[in-house]
Design a protein around this ligand. Sequence first.
Ligand SMILES: Nc1ncnc2c1ncn2[C@@H]1O[C@H](COP(=O)(O)OP(=O)(O)OP(=O)(O)O)[C@@H](O)[C@H]1O
Ligand SMILES: [Mg+2]
Length: 226
Amino acid sequence: MVVMENVRKVYESSNTVALENVSFTINDGEFVFLVGPSGSGKTTLMKLITGEVRPTAGTVIVNDFNMGAIKRRKLPKMRRTLGVVFQDYRLIENMNVYDNVAFAMRVVGAPNSEIRKRVPYMLELVGLEGREKRMPTELSGGEQQRVAIARALVNSPRMIVADEPTGNLDPVRSLELMLLLEKINEMGTTVVVVTHEKELVNAFSKRVIKIDSGKMIGDGMDGYYE
Ligand SMILES: Nc1ncnc2c1ncn2[C@@H]1O[C@H](COP(=O)(O)OP(=O)(O)OP(=O)(O)O)[C@@H](O)[C@H]1O
Ligand SMILES: [Mg+2]
């Protein structure tokens, strides 16, 4: 779950108030779109959730961790409760599809027997069976995006946060990806999708949190973004 209370984020270097007085709660099991125009503060919100940036003021709680006060050495433990999908995938270029996903399990010390069961299951879930040996450069954009999702989910996080996950996909692939995230949500994972794609948001009937110029301008179940 995510709790934001009167969150303010100022980037001193650019003298920018990126977020001002933002408050909302996302409960376990929810599916939420976080929307707004370019520069409105969406990625900043996501980085507050992952712990990449800290709030200037206000409270950020993620899966029971207080992100404004969390000790650096506690961050890995917190991050293990979270699956993150970056806009630019961030796949490991010299590892094949299987190893990109398996690596996420190896770094948290999962036993090999578990890795051998879990990785094929995840690759099947995202529709990448048969692609195990391919290198990232031998995949389409949509396939790379699905590797990133498999990797984010492989350690069974409580929540997955995806920043513009459909950024480089065509409309059909974008819709497929959203349906996949919906399926993952139905299996119990909390899903937060950051996007500025109106058509996509409006094709679903989900909770939509809207921000503009760093301020919350809407939060509703209407699922509409105009
Ligand atoms: N690391 C940073 N240092 C200084 N200013 C920043 C930094 N990151 C973002 N900003 C500024 O903070 C504001 C919000 O940026 P943010 O990246 O959160 O927007 P966004 O909604 O994700 O935009 P986009 O849709 O273009 O990705 C912008 O004015 C941006 O220039
Ligand atoms: Mg952004």
